[in-house]
Ligand binder design. Sequence first.
Ligand code: NAX
Ligand code: K
Length: 483
Amino acid sequence: MIGIQPVDKIRAAEREFAEANPDVNLMLRAADQVAELAERMVPSGTILVVVGPGNNGGDGLFAARKLVRDGRRQVMVWPVAGTAHPQGVVAARQVGIRFLNDLEVGRLLPDIALVIDGITGIGGRTGLPENVHWFAEMCDVLKIPVLAIDIPSGLAAEDHHRPAHVLAATRTITFAAPKLCHLAQPAASACGDVEVADIGLELPKSNLRQMQRMDVARWWPWPTPYTDKYSRGVLGIDTGSDRYPGAAVLPVTGAVYSGAGMIRFTGPDRLADLILHKLPSVTVGSGRVEAWLVGCGWSEEGAEQRFGPILESGVPLVIDADALRYLPKRLPEGSLLTPHAGELAELLGISRPEVEDDPVGKAYEAAERWETTVLLKGATQYIANPFEKRVTLAIAGPSWTAQAGSGDVLAGICGTLLAAGLPAPKAAALAASVQAMAAARKPGPFPPDVVAQAIPEVLVHLAELADQPVLAGDLTPRSIAAQ
Ligand SMILES: NC(=O)C1=CN([C@@H]2O[C@H](COP(=O)(O)OP(=O)(O)OC[C@H]3O[C@@H](n4cnc5c(N)ncnc54)[C@H](O)[C@@H]3O)[C@@H](O)[C@H]2O)[C@@H](O)CC1
Ligand SMILES: [K+]
């Protein structure tokens, strides 16, 4: 798990560091790491460092000095605001770096191997300075690699929006910890590959976090030699309707391919036949279950009647789609709501743009209001946990997953994990992450049920990562295997 840090915490850590280490210049540390990464990105060729008026520009100027010192390349600086970090300017001028004006930049740009963006960092407000709009567009058109220092200019560190004008990066090097803009879409799409450089700052624990592959490997409920189908977890699924028959099949597919011990399907009979045709391991009819999944494709007719008895069962529920309209004030303990932005807006009685404007805040508000875990679905998936007062971002997948049926499959995976006994926040974070990882293995327009079928491959790799014995029949002693 990686903590996502707000700007005030980064600044406070910087102050503390400066007080404790008066002889260390953090800007030089940051600049050295920028220069090293630039070297790796383009071992030769001319580098243009674009600098703004603040310390982000200071990083850029000291990085420029370091890059030019090796004598192998030309480095030029464009101070877009007219003024720039005074000591940085002196340092750059001392080593003979040429400062360009707008006209010169326009002329030389096609021959630039790398742009280093030091216009704005964590002090940046949303939106790129107007006199740089043409430059950002030209970098994009000419496909010039851009290395952003800390934050791609145009983005604001704690904002997930991507404004119309941004200097989109090929890579971003940020310091100490990622900020929300690096991980939340659509802003994240302007960051390229993000590298977090350690410059020695000590940061407090954050209540906004990003799942890592290793977390999925560690938390996954791996079966043991003592497991049977019941202890793996029995999941009840009541989904689908005549209008939405696929919403019966897709959640069950997600649940089967993520390893449910047993599934009891209690939706309409006609749909049970459809499911059995594809997934014969599913059982039909009621019985004891450890968790329920309800709501996918119910449509309005009869929804409340279907929901009532299941709510009374008292086991944890995954509540998706149409069932979200009929939430009681108190939900069974350990339940999970899985709305998309429109459904969350309806739940909170606000508009969809209001949710899209503040997904972290609104997911958390709903989680607090219903005292339950909320998984807000979308390009970035947020898991709001009101018990530990935090929000977790799931591992992100390719944009292909934005298609009808992905949410149904995801609800099925959540169901498997709740039935396995995982607490809802973990179940939701794992389910969303593992589906994204499966989609990343199938980067293309594969339908959601086919993506679900890639989950076992993901789990095999994760099991290796977690050192779980996946190949029980492999009795080859390690010493022989090594030869
Ligand atoms: N805080 C830290 O721990 C460290 C910070 N460092 C660098 O310092 C940066 C922060 O520096 P600053 O606080 O000086 O802030 P920035 O350099 O990010 O930007 C602030 C300046 O840009 C202007 N500005 C902001 N948004 C604008 C917009 N949309 N259009 C036009 N002008 C805009 C502001 O008026 C201000 O003059 C970090 O991002 C990082 O690069 C590093 O040197 C090392 C350590
Ligand atoms: K920048």
